[in-house]
Ligand binder design. Structure first.
Ligand SMILES: *Cc1c(COP(=O)(O)O)cnc(C)c1O
Length: 398
């Protein structure tokens, strides 16, 4: 099928929640091809999902072998991949236990239930979340999300979420009441426009939680799994939450989500409290285990940090030449180029020139490339960004 045929079929049978722009049919590493055979450099990585790029041999092999052996058994039976993955996550983070599910929103829902169950006996249930945050599209995660555009039309929102200004410790402190059980934060806000937390903010939240006996919960769905150059975003700040959610990059493109808890929250859920039919099945866990192994074998944490520095340095040079670029910010390979105007037209120009990245939060171009991009690909992407900015200016649009 060509792009037009795919688009027409899609339009007829798929609910129009998205407005896809390309029909991608094949990928290899950081490159993808559309139905007409055009090649693109993929600096979106399936929205921070494809941490190993496309068709990584180790991930492909793990999925192939596990699919042929045992794909799914339900959680009524042990499957060794699940505790092996839980151990791998625990050893790289909080030293406690995990719960597996299938997406970021589902992981966050579970995190909220875990916090509520922990605080229930003391009559505490309220979660303080941040303005500008993003936590998913289910009802509770939309309620937790601090952007009203995602809530509009779906009211009434589930109760129990209040919002305080991100990176403003006094605002969070003022939002805490006798009913508060937890504080929920992204170390680097993703959908909110790639906004890293200030170090003193996260350190302050940890201290506030200790002082008021609150849980600190991190949403690592986008900034986790090596994205920031550390396994998890909060590790770049030297703090430990009581639990966090993870999903997007965890199995490199295979759907999975998880709650990772520290010792304090590891045994709060008891049989019957929470569940997920598909969660942690042998196939998803085999995929995730292969991703963790590949990140370590290929030393991709340090590599991601170095490539992020390189790309940000190049983008900052470009920013000096174009006055519509206000700022380049990010951490590791989670990078935002902030414009003084809507970024969508630039996203389209980049794509026309062979670079996939997306406009987010209206004025920000977001780059979330695979962790194993090469320095050559970073330079090529920077050249495309520069050319697109020049054309935008030449066309009199900027
Ligand atoms: C994408 C995202 C989610 C939602 O994940 P889904 O898998 O789409 O449900 C939650 N939190 C953050 C920070 C995200 O970026």
């Amino acid at each position: 099928m060509n792009t037009q045929e795919i688009a027409e079929l899609h339009k007829q049978y798929v609910m129009p929640t998205y407005a896809p722009g390309l029909a991608l049919v094949r990928g290899k590493g950081t490159r993808v091809w559309d139905a007409e055979g055009n090649e693109y450099l993929d600096f979106l990585g399936g929205i921070a999902v494809n941490v190993l790029g496309h068709a990584h041999p180790k991930l492909v092999k793990a999925i192939r072998q596990q699919a042929a052996r045992l794909m799914h058994v339900s959680n009524l039976y042990f499957n060794e991949n699940q505790p092996r993955l839980a151990k791998a996550l625990s050893e790289r983070s909080l030293g406690g236990k995990c719960f597996f599910c299938n997406s970021g929103a589902e992981a966050n829902e579970g995190l909220f239930k875990l916090a509520r169950l922990w605080g229930h006996a003391q009559g505490r249930h309220e979660i303080v979340a941040m303005t500008n945050s993003f936590h998913g599209r289910t009802l509770a995660t939309v309620a937790a999300t601090g952007q009203t555009k995602y809530q509009k039309g779906f009211e009434p929102m589930p109760a129990g979420f209040v919002h305080a200004e991100y990176n403003n410790l006094d605002a969070v402190r003022a939002a805490v009441t006798d009913k508060t059980v937890a504080i929920l934060v992204e170390a680097v806000q993703g959908e909110g426009g790639v906004v890293p937390a200030k170090p003193e903010f996260l350190a302050g939240l940890r201290a506030l939680c200790d002082e008021r006996n609150l849980l600190l919960l991190c949403d690592e769905v986008q900034c986790g799994v090596g994205r920031t150059g550390k396994w998890f975003g909060f590790q770049a700040y030297g703090i430990q939450p009581d639990a966090f959610s993870v999903a997007k990059g965890l199995a490199g493109g295979f759907p999975i989500g998880a709650i990772v808890a520290g010792p304090k929250l590891s045994d709060v859920f008891q049989p019957g409290n929470h569940a997920s039919t598909f969660g942690g099945n042998p196939l998803a866990c085999a995929a995730a285990l292969s991703v963790i192994e590949a990140i370590e074998e290929e030393k991709l944490l340090d590599h991601a940090a170095a490539m992020g520095e390189l790309f940000m340095a190049q983008l900052r040079k470009i920013a000096k030449k174009f006055k519509f670029i206000m700022e380049v910010r990010g951490l590791g390979l989670m990078i935002g180029m902030v414009l003084d105007r809507p970024a969508k037209p630039l996203e389209v120009l980049l794509r026309e020139k062979g670079l996939i990245a997306i406009a987010t939060h209206d004025t920000v171009i977001r780059f979330l490339p695979p962790l194993n991009i090469t320095a050559g690909q970073v330079r090529k992407a920077a050249r495309i960004v520069k050319a697109a900015c020049a054309e935008w200016t030449a066309r009199g649009l900027a």
